[in-house]
Design a protein around this ligand. Structure first.
Ligand code: BG6
Length: 490
């Protein structure tokens, strides 16, 4: 049974308060936390945005968003009424901080409570908003700032944002979001690896053959096409979410759960990533772009159609082979793939162990497969260990892979909270462990930048793939060349 401890009184200011992230993710997450009694009645959620709205108009938008984005049985009038009392609206323009009077008035007299500025805006506003908070005297002893992804579009822009924000907020007050770190199953990686003694002796070269990480989506870019076209899958998913997953799988055991103990181990992995440059980019990476196809029987347009017929070489799929230059992982490749408009929404980490060193079961008769540990991130979160077993029967001797299968939802029988629920509570409680430190973000960008430069200098082509497939053929070839294949999706 979950234990719901309320957070201390706070003022949470959401810049970009009328935007998609605020209405689709942040406010619904706060609704759930308020419903479970974790938000005190005097805490306040203050939406700040450029629009000249009054509070009632904003509340009407929030109500509509909650009715749309919460599950039908989750929306309840009494909880909504309790939450709406805590929501306020202040007009503020990030680029003209001398027009922040309404926000200053609302915050005045509440300097002693936790104060969080959540920047759910485009990254170009991060520096100016941090500066605006500082010049308006809104940064208090208990202030924290939350920066949404994307944090820049390359190392230089990320460094510049970090510099600007760093002038107004000390590093331990800066919470850089990677929402994957708030997902239950991602945190379960820590539990699996470090609360069980079973895995650690096997968690290395010699025992593990390779690791696969798949983050597949069936949705296309939809309404975000203009934004996405400037970004592509490598910047959107690999530089952040997927590298964070790699870090959690590959890092050394931290000495404690202290945020810096964990982050110090993660940064070592990032520093040990073997560079992919123009010299090896063609062998190590595959870029893809979806064309029209069908998903679950429904016809869907191609990426270029969604862009309004414009030309584009932006990748909506990327697969890559990543190597980690350290003792633990020497010669153990990590294969990563992610893409839009694939066959299903399906994310998992597969740790494939080595073949048995000597098989007493002749190859001609038996198909002995290596053991696999599969960590299902979404949907149907769980852990599966695939083992070889004898098929039952009075005669003969046949082998078959079977799964020890743990479904978290069945086992724990609770609704899985959205990542933002946890992340918001961690910020309010002042625990930065699930957020990226400046050096992590910058190291991840440096590694990703070199791939992007490699693509550009070698003019690496984008292969097309049919929507509803598992990506371009080059993705299978990437593993084929090493005598391996992607774990079949269930
Ligand atoms: C976001 C990306 O960070 O993560 C999106 O910008 C992507 O393009 C999303 O769709 C995936 O998140 P989730 O939680 O649905 O796996």
């Amino acid at each position: 049974m979950a234990n719901f401890v309320p957070a201390d009184d706070f003022d949470l200011v959401i810049f970009g308060g009328t935007g998609d992230l605020a209405l689709r993710k942040l406010i619904p997450a706060l609704y759930h936390r308020a419903r479970d009694g974790q938000i005190t009645t005097s805490s306040r959620i203050i939406a700040a945005s450029r629009g000249d709205l009054d509070r009632d108009t904003y509340l009407a938008r929030v109500e509509e968003a909650l009715r749309t984005h919460l599950r039908e049985d989750d929306f309840q009038e009494e909880h909504w009424h309790a939450l709406r009392e805590r929501i306020h609206y202040a007009q503020a323009d990030a680029m003209s901080p001398d027009h922040w009077g309404a926000l200053c008035d609302l915050l005045a007299g509440h300097e002693d409570r936790v104060r969080v500025a959540y920047l759910a805006t485009a990254p170009r506003f991060f520096g100016p908003i941090a500066q605006g908070l500082s010049t308006n005297g809104l940064v208090t002893e208990q202030s924290r700032i939350v920066l949404e992804k994307p944090l820049g579009r390359d190392y230089e822009s990320a460094r510049e944002i970090n510099e600007q924000v760093g002038k107004c907020f000390a590093e331990n007050r800066v919470y850089r979001i990677d929402h994957y770190l708030g997902k239950e199953t991602v945190q379960n990686l820590l539990a699996l690896r470090f609360a069980n003694s079973l895995f650690e002796p096997l968690w290395k070269r010699g025992a593990i053959d390779h690791v696969q990480i798949t983050v597949a989506e069936d949705l296309g870019v939809g309404g975000r096409s203009e934004f996405y076209d400037r970004i592509g899958a490598l910047r959107d998913m690999v530089q952040n979410h997927m590298l964070q997953l790699v870090c959690l799988v590959a890092m050394e055991p931290p000495s404690s759960l202290h945020h810096d103990a964990v982050r110090n181990e993660k940064i070592k992995v990032l520093h040990a990533l073997h560079p992919i440059t123009e010299n090896n980019v063609r062998n190590m990476t595959v870029r893809g772009q979806y064309k029209a196809g069908a998903i679950k029987g429904e016809t869907v347009p191609g990426y270029l159609d969604e862009l309004g017929g414009n030309k584009s070489t932006t990748e909506t799929f990327v697969a890559l082979k990543l190597e980690i230059d350290n003792w633990r992982w020497s010669n153990v490749p990590f294969y990563l793939r992610t893409g839009k408009r694939l066959n299903a929404k399906h994310s998992e980490i597969v740790v494939q162990f080595q073949d048995v060193p000597h098989s007493i079961f002749p190859e001609q008769e038996f198909n002995v497969q290596p053991n696999r540990l599969i960590i299902r991130l979404q949907p149907d979160e769980g852990v599966e260990l695939s083992l070889m077993a004898k098929e039952p029967g009075p005669g003969g001797f046949d082998l078959r892979p079977v799964a020890l299968d743990l479904s978290f939802e069945e086992t724990f029988g609770i609704r899985y909270p959205d990542a933002y629920e946890r992340l918001l509570m961690e910020v309010l409680r002042g625990n930065p462990a699930l957020f990226m430190r400046r050096d992590e973000v910058e190291a991840a960008w440096q590694w990703a930048d070199s791939i992007i430069e490699g693509w550009s200098s070698t003019k690496q082509k984008v292969e097309s793939y049919v929507a509803g497939s598992w990506g371009p053929s080059g993705s299978s070839l990437l593993l084929d060349r090493d005598g391996r294949s992607w774990q079949p999706e269930s």
